[in-house]
Ligand binder design. Structure first.
Ligand code: ADP
Length: 155
């Protein structure tokens, strides 16, 4: 049986921290499906479809990574993708408590196991919200993004 992990998030934008989780998890799973959650409430940097396209371009040469957007419950999207695992990253104690609760609830409602990878120290402070905030002040955020010229490629 293929081991499939579902990596759900907002990915607004997809950072080098997210990329690091996917790359490190590649050795653990046969397929990683990156699910871009569509959450109407958030003020977005890119539309979900733009995020999907950008992440797809990043993994164009990697058949073991698929990218899609989804609405609704993560566990249902994961089930539709045939995943047995939810993949998440943990940067800090604050992340840990949130991820612990999420993993607990998700196991409860779906029996999907969560696999949490600890962030590499060099990515422990990289977050999408920090990137969005810096960008709103005109700071060049390309060092936090896996694709150079992310803005010009995707806008
Ligand atoms: P969400 O909106 O669900 O929190 P995010 O896009 O912010 O989604 O993050 C998706 C997952 O990636 C989460 O598990 C988050 O903890 C993890 N993550 C985010 N940034 C990093 C990073 N720099 N290093 C490791 N994991 C990260």
């Amino acid at each position: 049986m293929k081991r499939i992990a579902y990596f759900a998030g907002s990915f607004d934008p997809f950072t080098i921290g997210h990329q690091s989780i996917v790359d490190r998890a590649m050795g653990l799973f046969d397929l990683i499906v990156i699910g871009v959650g569509v959450n109407g409430a958030k003020r977005s940097r890119q539309s979900p479809q733009e995020r999907v396209e950008a992440i797809r371009a990043l993994y164009a040469q990697e058949p073991r990574v698929a990218v899609e957007s989804y609405e609704g419950l993560t566990v249902e999207a994961a089930r539709r993708a045939g995943a047995q695992y939810l993949l998440r990253g943990v940067r800090s104690v604050a992340d840990f408590e949130y991820e612990r609760q999420l993993a607990d609830i998700n196991r409860n409602i779906s029996s999907l196991e969560s696999v949490l990878l600890l962030a590499l120290p060099e990515y422990g402070s990289v977050s999408s919200s920090m990137v969005r905030e810096l960008e709103s002040y005109g700071v060049d955020v390309s060092r936090f993004l896996p694709i150079r010229n992310w803005q010009s490629v995707n806008r």
